[in-house]
Design a binder for this molecule. Structure first.
Ligand code: GCO
Ligand code: MG
Length: 396
């Protein structure tokens, strides 16, 4: 079998998605997600100009070899744009391998370790009451785990509580850690009384705190039994986790900004986190995620792969095949897609009673309708930026 064509499809059914479609001389094709929120065209160009020509005529069965050829062969390597481009190709190759074998990807990865995968979704609100109402609605719908975020008084557009894309120029959010650190423990105090204790709660600090602030937040949240606290400090500050981990029993999760196993390795081998939550679309795909999962398993760390709405249903399916086939799966994030997404992408994780189910379809079990994709044309959209009260730039 030979790779005969590599297409890059950029579409906007409610938000931008980049899909790689690899066609072969045997008529089988595979699809992969290569979406990097706010940088979509940079990834599309990387695939079209630099990666598609060098994999033409290669045997798509040799995924590891093609991965190494792209990753090492170019000399320049890594970074979010390149690793997202590589991820899109990698997923499409796994899809082809599965279709050719007539087996779902989880089967090729070693088979099922579980019958269903626990998942969490997002709830947020402008007030504690609104967060509670939204949480109760999700619990009613069957969710057993929720990530909760609330607007911080005095700060415009707190992370996780407003739509996260803006056209023309980035939306500017305000940030100040003092009111944030005052509000979040009160939110959990309030939710403790309103939400059934069996529901797992998660909170995402989005890499905004200093080590001392992170320790303080973890201290104050300790009594609320969170499933995990996510992305407390900057991804560059791996050593910072030593101080946090030594002073709290709250489980810690990190990884959505990592682009390879080498970003994750020190946190894993020193057991400074409890959940590794890389993004399968931003770390080079299933091939790299599987290696990270094995590394994590060696050090008794679980997975919680990134699953926001800004990666396409194809990436969510890739997450799910990993979730089912690795022993150290922890939980899967599942954000809700804009409703138009279903017109373009078929196949996505199926939710039932708090868990995700997987189909036995060969390959990844999803597809893109190219004609429909064309109807939703790309619209430039930026992620927001965060500004401190004095106008200087903070991590968003
Ligand atoms: C999450 C993430 C996302 C990111 C988004 C950026 O935990 O799901 O923090 O919401 O902000 O993926 O594009
Ligand atoms: Mg996050």
């Amino acid at each position: 079998m030979k790779i005969k064509n590599v297409k890059v499809i950029v579409t906007n059914p409610g938000r931008n998605y980049v899909t790689v479609k690899i066609e072969t001389d045997e008529g089988i094709y595979g699809v992969g997600d290569a979406t990097l929120n706010g940088r979509e065209l940079a990834v599309a160009k990387t695939i079209e100009e630099y990666l598609a020509p060098i994999i033409m005529d290669k045997n798509p069965d040799n995924i590891e070899h093609i991965w190494q050829y792209i990753y090492r062969g170019a000399y320049w390597r890594g970074g979010p744009v390149f690793m997202t481009a590589l991820a899109g190709i990698d997923m499409a190759l796994w899809d082809i391998k599965g279709k050719k074998a007539g087996l779902p990807v989880y089967s090729l990865l070693g088979g099922k370790c579980r019958n269903k995968a626990l998942c969490y979704t997002h709830v947020s609100g402008q007030s504690f009451e609104e967060v509670k109402d939204n949480a109760l609605e999700k619990i009613e719908a069957g969710y057993k785990a929720l990530r909760v975020q609330v607007s911080i008084p005095g700060l415009d557009g707190t992370y996780g509580t407003v739509a996260d894309d803006a056209k023309e120029l980035p939306f500017v959010e305000k940030w100040d850690s003092k009111p944030y650190l005052k509000t979040i423990p009160k939110l959990f105090e309030y939710l403790k009384k309103e939400v059934d204790d069996d529901i797992h709660l998660i909170h995402d600090s989005h890499e905004r705190l200093t080590v001392s602030e992170a320790k303080k937040l973890a201290d104050e949240l300790e009594k609320f039994n969170l499933l995990f606290l996510e992305d407390l400090i900057k991804p560059e500050n791996k050593d910072g986790f030593k101080f946090i981990k030594n002073s709290t029993s709250v489980p810690l999760a990190m990884g959505e900004l990592f682009n390879s196993r080498w970003d994750a390795i020190s946190l894993i081998k020193e057991q400074l986190i409890d959940y590794i939550r890389c993004d399968v679309s931003h770390i080079g795909g299933i091939t790299e995620a599987k290696k990270i999962a094995h590394l994590a398993e060696t050090f008794h760390i679980k997975t919680a792969w990134h699953g926001p709405a800004d990666i396409s249903p194809i990436a969510h399916m890739a997450n799910l095949h990993l979730d089912f086939s690795i022993p150290n799966f922890g939980i899967q994030e599942l954000a809700e897609f804009p409703k138009e997404v279903a017109e373009v992408f078929s196949g996505r994780p199926e939710f039932k009673d708090g868990y995700l189910k997987i189909s036995d379809k060969p390959g990844l079990g999803c597809d893109i309708d190219e004609e429909m994709a064309e109807k939703f044309s790309y619209e430039k959209a930026y992620l927001p930026v965060a500004e401190r009260l004095d106008g200087s730039v903070h991590d968003w």
